[in-house]
Design a protein around this ligand. Structure first.
Ligand code: SF4
Length: 289
């Protein structure tokens, strides 16, 4: 996969094993920006002991508003080898985390599988969370059938022109929908244990953008009509303009309360009832009078 890279739908065709890199900027060397128990993730992932996050540097997307742009676009992070990555997974398990949460795993999937082989051999048993931007190939996802327990993709847009302008990939909506269907085929709806901690299934994230740029109406229609009304959905309100978002007038303000609650209402109208705890975190000065 890395010799003529087709790991993600960009299909760059570069030889990453000889030091070439494609749109994601990553060669055969994996970089990690941080790892540790995380308590800001979705409630069923956090539980009591936290979600064991590992943040991979760079990304196969180029979102102009990336809320983690120092990691995904500017390359903040340090190199790790397969042994070190496996040790990180095991140390998160030893700390009591409920899962191993791979943040932006798409472009480094072969490396993750390589490390996973070591970690599982050394006793890793936690559910594996694939926490991606949702731009994943069905062919690649099929390789993960039986390995990934919980898929947590984004659904960022439903309009091609918006996807091209804001993330540099016109086919995001089509690729994203096919990926979500494959993920759901593999793991089904999100299943929780008696303590409410996720064990297996699909959990979708949707970041509401100002001026309806995220295409929420079509996203929730797709989930309700073409996936399952039991889909666990996190409608996120925390968008704030950063990175290059100030260059785009429609993106240059936070989401307001009305936009967020409209998105929640649209999800309810499609029969989606498993919504992550939601709150509206904006400072009062941003709330319209
Ligand atoms: S993983 Fe990176 S190099 Fe490979 S196809 Fe995707 S963007 Fe290109």
């Amino acid at each position: 996969m890395l010799e003529e890279c087709w790991v993600c739908p960009r299909h760059c065709g570069v030889n990453r094993l000889t030091g070439e890199s494609g749109k994601c900027h990553i060669t055969s060397q994996v970089l990690i920006s941080s790892y540790g128990p995380h308590f800001g993730e979705e409630a069923p992932l956090v539980g009591r002991q936290g979600s064991g996050t590992i943040f991979f540097t760079y990304c196969n997307l180029r979102c102009v508003f990336c809320q983690n742009y120092t990691i995904s676009q500017l390359g903040e992070g340090s190199p790790v080898n397969r042994e070190e990555l496996a040790k990180m997974m095991l140390s998160l398990q030893a700390k009591g985390c409920h899962n191993i949460n791979l943040v932006s795993p798409t472009h480094v999937l072969p490396h993750i599988l390589d490390a996973l082989e070591l970690a599982v051999g050394a006793g890793l048993y936690l559910p594996l969370v694939y926490n991606s931007g949702g731009y994943d190939c069905v062919e690649t996802l099929k390789l993960l059938d039986g390995i990934v327990d919980i898929y947590m993709p984004d659904m960022k847009y439903s309009d091609e022109r918006t996807a091209e302008q804001l993330s540099g990939i016109k086919d995001y909506p089509e690729v994203n929908k096919a990926a979500i269907k494959e993920m759901h085929r593999q793991v089904g709806d999100l299943q929780l244990d008696k303590q409410g901690v996720a064990q297996r299934g699909l959990l979708v994230r949707h970041l509401v953008l100002p001026n309806q740029l995220a295409g929420t109406e079509e996203v929730v229609w797709f989930l309700g009509q073409e996936v399952s009304t039991n889909t666990y959905l996190n409608v996120m309100a925390q968008y704030h303009p950063c990175y290059k978002a100030f260059d785009i007038p429609l993106l240059s303000r936070p989401v307001n309360k009305q936009e967020f609650y409209e998105a929640i209402e649209l999800a309810h109208q499609q029969g989606l009832y498993r919504l992550d705890r939601y709150h509206f975190p904006l400072p009062l000065r941003f709330v319209p009078r």
